[in-house]
Design a protein around this ligand. Sequence first.
Ligand SMILES: [Zn+2]
Length: 411
Amino acid sequence: MKIDGSFLGGGHEVGRLGILLNCEGSRLLFDYGMTATDPPLYPNPCPPIDLVFLTHSHLDHCGMIPWLTARYDIEILATGVTADIAMMLIEDSIKIGEAEGYPQPYDKRDAKIASRMFDDISFGQTIDAGSVRVKMHSAGHIPGATMYELQGDRTALVTGDLHTLDTRLVAGARAVKCDYLIMESTYSGRNHPSRVKTEYNLLKKIEEVTKRGGTAVIPSFAVGRTQELMLLLKDSKYDFWLDGMGKTVNKIYLRYPQYVRSIKRLRQATNRTREVRNYHARQRAMKGEVILTTSGMLDGGPVLSYVDAIRDDPRSAILLTGYQVEGSNGRKLLETGMMDFKGVSERVECEVRKYDFSAHAGHDELRAFAKACSPEKIVLMHGDEREILAGDLRTDGFEVLLPKNGEKFSL
Ligand SMILES: [Zn+2]
């Protein structure tokens, strides 16, 4: 099996992923996303293809699907949960784009067409993609996140975003023996602190904040992170509220129990969570103990009202739970103690902390995963510091390729 590949985006960077693989005459595309920065970044235009595989629903993997389906009559293969959440995020990104006034790569009509082009796949299933067979495996990143194994006389594994440790929401990915491994490398050069310790530290901080009479505002990504935190908080004594898009994601996850580690626990967590459904509830939540809300990087959404309400109160705290991208409001807050409210930069006097609840494998976990897959060649992608991990993998005896966007590679 011969594979010729190139990255339309997301090769030497985190974001806007598009992996084009020509495999025995089948032109396959894995993911087609956008980087939701201000202004947004898009991958290179995709040439005609035969089939699209979507690894998961984060916008940097799925955000350009409507651009594809507006031009080509093609199927998008994805798990049901990935398709539902991808469409929710795509529709939301159209609204945000309209509000920000940037030229948009597609419109609502294109999104509607895209929503009809998904074909449901599930883990363990194998399908024919022209001259190759493709098998689906869990990637452990968020519920429904998929790794694709291409099978011919040789095998190749495309990981998408990858997490190998079990979290409360989803079980970690297992290695798949393969000849070629195309693996993400977001955390090349960096390891995460122990999850048990991070959870303990966050709970301890919430206790401190509530004891001194403050409110803990926890900005968190709607997809995956919010549910992980709900599962952590469900056994605590706190009165906790949920606002923003996480509410819709909960409903979708509950429809797809097969992709969640314990649907029973997720259901308990949703029952235990107080959802903010109207203005009055929001006023009550503002005086509550803990609020989980979007957006995770403070770039919009209900979180801004909650932060605005507590920012002068030294008893209260903003507890960040995700990576804060350069240029985001959350990054600005961490670096300067100031953040933007409706275009005006204001000082934040309450406590600000950050906790690492990443859904990506860290450096050592990526290295261990690659070793367990024991491939002949490794292509590292989706990373801006790929060289560090590549160095360690070469020490382990692997041939490692680091193609930049647009550069051709052969396997
Ligand atoms: Zn992701």
